[in-house]
Design a protein around this ligand. Structure first.
Ligand SMILES: [Zn+2]
Length: 109
C-alpha cells in the first residue's frame, strides 16, 4: 500500500507527532517534579486540584493522539499504513487526508 502514502502524509504525521511531543513536554509530561507551574499563591487548593485534573485529562488525550501518530508512522515503514485494523480493508483516501493517523475505516471508527 506504499503507493498511497506520499511524502506529504509522512511529513504531516511527523509534524503532528513533534507538535504533540512539544505540547506534552510543556505540560511537564514525563517529569512530575518540574511539572506545570500552578500559581498556588493565587489559586486555592481546590482550584489547583481542578487545574491538575484538567491537565491530566489533556495529557491523556495528547498521549493517545501521539500514540496514533507514532503507530501510523510505524505502519508507513512496514507497509501496512492505510488499512483498517478491524477489517483490513483500505481506509478511504479522503479520510486519511483529513486524519492521517486514522487506524480504522469509516465503518469501524
Ligand atoms: Zn474496517
Amino acid at each position: 500500500m506504499s503507493d498511497i502514502v506520499d511524502a506529504t502524509t509522512r511529513a504531516q504525521l511527523v509534524d503532528e507527532r513533534d507538535a504533540l511531543r512539544r505540547r506534552l513536554a510543556e505540560l511537564g509530561e514525563g517529569d512530575p517534579e518540574s511539572g506545570p507551574a500552578f500559581d498556588e499563591g493565587f489559586a486555592d487548593s481546590s482550584q489547583v486540584a481542578a487545574e491538575q485534573g484538567e491537565v491530566r485529562a489533556l495529557t491523556a488525550d495528547l498521549r493517545s493522539l501521539l500514540d496514533d501518530a507514532e503507530l501510523a508512522l510505524a505502519k508507513i515503514d512496514d507497509g501496512t499504513y492505510g488499512r483498517c485494523e478491524t477489517c483490513g480493508e483500505p481506509i478511504a483516501p479522503a479520510r486519511l487526508e483529513a486524519m492521517p493517523a486514522s487506524r480504522f475505516c469509516v465503518d469501524h471508527a
